[in-house]
Design a protein around this ligand. Structure first.
Ligand SMILES: [Zn+2]
Ligand SMILES: [Zn+2]
Length: 333
């Protein structure tokens, strides 16, 4: 089978390896769609923290696939099922895992980072990591479960209230997903603050009432930063109502400072939340929402490429102009 390999030196190539056989408690799945994102670029460029990747790496952590082989101790009814796969493999023994915070597991192992990912014709998946998706869920929605779980994790922390006025900062995939997902909490208003006006249609499709490229003078109950732009984050504090919440899920870059006035935070009785990655609970909740038919993310797929066209897919990730949502590769089945 073919697998997409990088050594982290700005290289990416298809490599032929032996077909996989599942061990006990494992399945082999064939990826249908695989999304690429900025983190994949960091893996390819070697810019990622080396603790989080093993080279040579098979990229691919956002995907939907179909089970084609099951190992011992796995129910054969799973054969042929369409699945999404929680990439982070928690130990389930450390104090964080026991408390349900699998996103903070003290040991780190992740499919597409330290273990071979879904940029391949076959992937080995431990049974504990897979979630079955209903026939009604599109592949285009299912391929977005990983970034959506990151947003779900943040919202689990914030616990958004109904009828809130919400500002989403950013206009990339995570921001667009946040605009769609927050709708399930029935907000009274959703604004999205981005950089490129060409993202406006996608933003409105996602669920934003208005797409802004400059802040407007008003206050919000909840502000979600998915941009990682330090100046936007410092401005956000002054746009919160008293008692409002700021959720940070964007990355500014390593050791990039941002200014916040403590007086504003204290006087404003403001809540600031950082949220890292996703927990198993966030995955379950995201998959349940998709399976219930209450969430559809298909509109977000704007670029599709054949697996063999991986170089064009990565180039699109680097430089395709807006409007741009998620870029995916089509692999099998
Ligand atoms: Zn990603
Ligand atoms: Zn753990």
């Amino acid at each position: 089978m073919k697998t997409l390999i990088t050594s982290g030196k700005n290289d990416l190539f298809l490599h032929e390896v032996a077909d996989l056989t599942p061990g006990a408690g494992q399945v082999v799945a064939v990826p249908i769609l695989v999304g690429v994102c900025g983190t994949d670029l960091e893996i390819i460029n070697g810019k990622i923290n080396p603790d989080y990747v093993r080279y040579p790496a098979t990229i691919g952590h956002e995907w939907v696939g179909r089970i084609t082989q099951v190992g011992d101790q796995v129910d054969s009814d799973l054969l042929g099922k369409r699945i999404v796969v929680e990439g982070i493999i928690p130990c389930m023994e450390c104090f964080e895992c026991v408390a349900g915070s699998t996103n903070r597991c003290i040991t780190y192992s992740e499919i597409g980072f330290t273990l071979p990912g879904a940029g391949a014709e076959q992937v080995l998946v431990p049974l504990s990591q897979l979630h079955v998706v209903n026939d009604e869920v599109s592949n285009e929605s299912a391929v977005l479960v990983e970034p959506t779980s990151v947003v779900t994790q943040g919202f689990l922390k914030v616990n958004p209230k109904q009828n809130s006025k919400v500002l989403i900062i950013g206009d990339g995939t995570i921001a667009l997903i946040a605009a769609r997902l927050i709708r399930t909490w029935n907000p009274s208003l959703v604004h999205m603050l981005g950089l490129k006006s060409e993202q406006g249609d996608l933003a409105r499709h996602a669920g934003a009432d208005e797409f802004l490229t400059e802040p407007v003078e008003m206050t919000y109950d909840l502000i979600v930063d998915a941009s990682g732009a330090p100046s936007r984050i410092s401005d956000a504090i002054n746009q919160l109502v008293r008692g409002g919440s700021l959720l940070l899920i964007g990355f500014t870059g390593f050791k990039v400072p941002t200014t916040m006035y403590v007086d504003d935070i204290v006087n404003g009785d403001v809540n600031i939340f950082g949220s890292f990655s996703y927990s198993r609970k966030a995955w379950k909740q995201t998959v349940e929402l998709l399976n219930s038919g209450k969430l559809d993310l298909s509109f977000l797929i704007t670029h599709r490429f054949a697996f063999t066209d991986f170089a064009t897919a990565v180039e699109a990730l680097r430089s395709a102009p807006a409007p741009r949502g998620k870029i995916v590769m089509e692999i099998g089945l």
